[in-house]
Ligand binder design. Sequence first.
Ligand code: F6P
Ligand code: MN
Length: 390
Amino acid sequence: MEAEKKAISLLSKLRNEMQTDKPIIPLVEKFADTDIWNQYLEYQQSLLNESDGKPRWFYSPWLFVECYMYRRIHEAVIQSPPIDDFDVFRESKEQNFFESQESIIALCTHLQELMKTIEDLDENQLKHEFFKLLQISLWGNKCDLSLTGGENSSQKTNIMNYLEDLKPFILVNDMEHLWSLLSNCKKTREKESITRVDIVLDNSGFELITDLILADFLLFSNLATEIHFYGKTIPWFVSDTTIHDFNWLIDEVKHSNHKWVSKCGADWENYVKTGRWVYHDHIFWTLPHEFCAMSQVAPDLYAELQKAHLILFKGDLNYRKLTGDRKWEFTVPFHQALTGFHPAPLCSIRTLKAEIQVGLQPGQGEQLAASEPNWLTTGKYGIFQFDGPL
Ligand SMILES: O=P(O)(O)OC[C@H]1O[C@](O)(CO)[C@@H](O)[C@@H]1O
Ligand SMILES: [Mn+2]
């Protein structure tokens, strides 16, 4: 109880600082990323003129302040042993998973049926199935909890029935590039060599299920031979996946009462055990830096990503970090907005929840804005945006 009281008092202090637009203060406890955070705060300070004073909640860049808020929430917890490994968002992540059961059953059943017939599919049918699972993973990104402030955003209906209806809402659709890349790898691959797809995960719960379904398909269709996942080391943006969520979800799926769901869980556990699925942790993903800084700030992570044949970046926050969360014109090419971040061919799979979008056709953004003022932030629209040699 003493620890809870301490955490709550630290959280109240944080809330007060936010509400009254206090200066952003350095982190105090010594943790693996503390120095990098405090250096970044100094860097933000250096961007201001003398007369501007200190970086503050209402005036500093949103990407920085939002990341900082989640890091401070975590600080309140780690300063309060013995509850210092408590995940304040755990309950809502688990609830999102349990409330999506019907959809999960439909997806796992679909996957298992597909697995049985995969040998009989021709190229075109295989491509069609790949596109379906990509779209499921895209719309799975609608289900994050930060957009709803932690309120229910589970997937209750069977998403597979809506893919055609949702197609007009895909504003940039580079799925064909993904297919060419992976089907080429498959065709030209030597016997013992590998095709590695890396997935930078976003939300746990239903979205993670859609990502694992896609990852499973990539393996049994031979479009890839190895999948590497990247999650967060601390609770982040409410619903983001940590190693605990990843293992918890696979275990839950494995222990489901439903035959095909539990089969998926058993397969997934096996992939992890045999190293065909690899999970990576890195503090970089919970720093405020944009990805073009990765090669400087986290060269080891950059080098790891360079080993991939394709990297899929899930979700809105990853898109903001890919593009530096800048006020780019809508028509600026994605390649340019990445400002030098090209570890390997990559694709953002994201529903739009923040006011940034690049790589649109001339007039496309303006047209959307005229008919729907909130088009950038509701999660209604989505993209598959690819960057890499064609
Ligand atoms: O889980 P996702 O897709 O990264 O979405 C998180 C997004 O939600 C917000 O926290 C609120 O809209 C954005 O700041 C952030 O980009
Ligand atoms: Mn998220």
